[in-house]
Write a protein that binds this ligand. Structure first.
Ligand SMILES: NC(=O)c1ccc[n+]([C@@H]2O[C@H](COP(=O)([O-])OP(=O)(O)OC[C@H]3O[C@@H](n4cnc5c(N)ncnc54)[C@H](O)[C@@H]3O)[C@@H](O)[C@H]2O)c1
Length: 423
């Protein structure tokens, strides 16, 4: 099928590339010319395992990127994958969605070919029906019913996004008409996964609910971890026992410095804001955010217990990305920690295998090392902020520290002479 994908970021580029691997012809429409040029040069603007190989195989053949919408009428389906960041009041900012919908509408003006628009971005329930569809229809000047709409939420995990595309737990297709459902089902025909047909609004709500539940599991584990720490109990031992219960499961029970990333914080905030706008006080969701926001401060408290005054102390931060295997630093807890340390006038040296360029753009004032060993050299303390597997093999490197204060915000080490945020 000929498919257009609006937005060439983490979701759009991975979706487009993986659909090209399934044999579809993909045009990625991305406003950022630098990203367009990089994609067309097979130089992925983001790091995702396996993505470069796919770009090498299909770019210039089944996959191209461009910055204009002129090719939209030649495709049968258009996916909207633009960002839906957090507004100042916590709600989802739909400006990119509106602008993309208007551009698609204008591009379809005059065309008589059938077209289906599928929203993949995470959007509040009602957005596809009440915002995307009217904007597209109004700007296309086409009669209602000649363009069809659907919602297909994305569940990929950054860093493992290509794997997740080909091995989804489920594919949710929200649409109010059977033809659109069958079209999208056909697009994914080669993937083995349960396909769930829902209403448009249910598909939109499924994505928010999944993210809110996963965030709740993390904050719950952190709360139990904070209690365990006061009791001198290893929360990881506890959660191992808890996770073996088939009603609970072992995933997302890792206590630590809290969740970050481009999705959980903004999606939980948007759901809270939505609930409040409807006159409902979402106590659980508010507590999830409260626990999450307090975790980095706990880490600083523990650090102060060891160093008392942080002024001019050399603090090594290992891990800047919000999780391992990605270069994404959006809402990373490491960034929150850096801000708190700068307030205390600490001297910071940081290392991350993938996320240093992105961090340097936000914090040009701190020092960056070429390796974990270099970052540890002469440090007064070390904070581990990302669960990079390679940090787990660090050992003699810690001997180079000025004082061996090692505090984990993520559990990666197996040493006895360390302290964890919840262990
Ligand atoms: N990143 C994830 O792990 C993830 C997972 C599931 C769902 N989502 C959701 O998917 C959506 C996209 O997230 P992302 O992480 O890919 O964002 P992103 O910021 O990485 O990518 C969005 C891209 O869209 C481009 N863009 C914005 N407006 C445009 C327009 N009018 N026309 C063409 N391009 C435009 C931007 O330049 C940017 O490159 C969000 O709603 C997010 O919540 C993200």
């Amino acid at each position: 099928m000929n498919v257009s994908v609006i937005g060439g970021g983490y979701v759009g580029l991975v979706t487009g590339a993986c659909l090209s691997e399934l044999g579809h012809n993909i045009e990625i429409v991305e406003l950022d010319e630098t990203k367009v040029a990089r994609i067309n040069k097979r130089d992925s603007p983001i790091y995702e395992e396996g993505l470069s190989d796919i770009l090498n195989r299909h770019t210039g053949k089944r996959l191209i990127a461009r910055s204009d919408y002129n090719g939209i009428p030649d495709s049968l389906i258009t996916f909207i994958c633009v960002g839906t960041p957090e507004s100042e009041d916590g709600s989802a900012n739909l400006n990119y969605i509106i602008s993309a919908s208007q551009s698609i509408g204008k591009a379809l003006k005059g065309s008589k070919k059938p077209h289906t628009i599928i929203v993949k971005s995470t959007v509040p329930p009602g957005t596809t029906e009440n915002i995307v569809a009217p904007e597209v229809i109004a700007h296309s000047g086409r009669p209602e019913g000649t363009i069809r709409f659907g919602m297909n939420p994305e569940f990929l995990r950054e860093g493992r996004a290509v794997y997740d595309f080909f091995h989804p737990d489920r594919i949710v297709i929200g649409t109010n008409d059977a033809r659109t459902f069958n079209e999208i089902k056909e697009l994914y025909a080669d993937l083995k996964a349960p396909i769930l047909h829902t209403s448009l609004v249910a598909a939109e709500m499924i994505k928010y609910t999944s993210n809110a539940f996963l965030a709740t599991k993390i904050s719950f584990s952190n709360e139990i971890g904070n209690i365990c720490k006061k009791l001198g109990i290893d929360v990881y031992e506890v959660m191992e026992g808890v996770g073996l219960d088939s009603r609970i499961g072992p995933l997302f029970l890792n206590a630590g410095a809290g969740f970050g990333g481009s999705c959980f914080p903004k999606d939980v905030s948007a759901l809270i804001r939505l609930a409040k706008s409807l006159g409902y006080e979402p106590d659980i969701l508010s507590a999830v955010m409260k626990v999450n926001e307090a975790q980095p401060e706990r880490l600083i408290e523990i650090l102060k217990k060891h160093l008392s005054n942080l002024k001019n102390k050399r603090i090594c931060i290992l891990g800047l990305a919000f999780k391992d295997n990605t270069d994404d630093i959006r809402e990373s807890r490491a960034l929150v920690i850096i801000r708190l340390l700068l307030k205390e006038s600490a001297e910071i040296i940081a290392f991350d295998p993938l996320a240093m360029d992105a961090t340097r753009a936000v914090f040009p004032e701190i020092e960056y090392a070429q390796s974990a060993a270099e970052a540890l050299n002469n440090a007064d303390a070390c904070l581990i902020m990302t669960e990079w597997p390679e940090f787990s093999s660090l050992n003699s490197e810690f001997e180079k520290m000025k004082t061996k204060v090692i505090i984990e915000g993520r559990k990666v080490l197996k040493r006895k002479d360390i302290e964890g945020i919840c262990w």
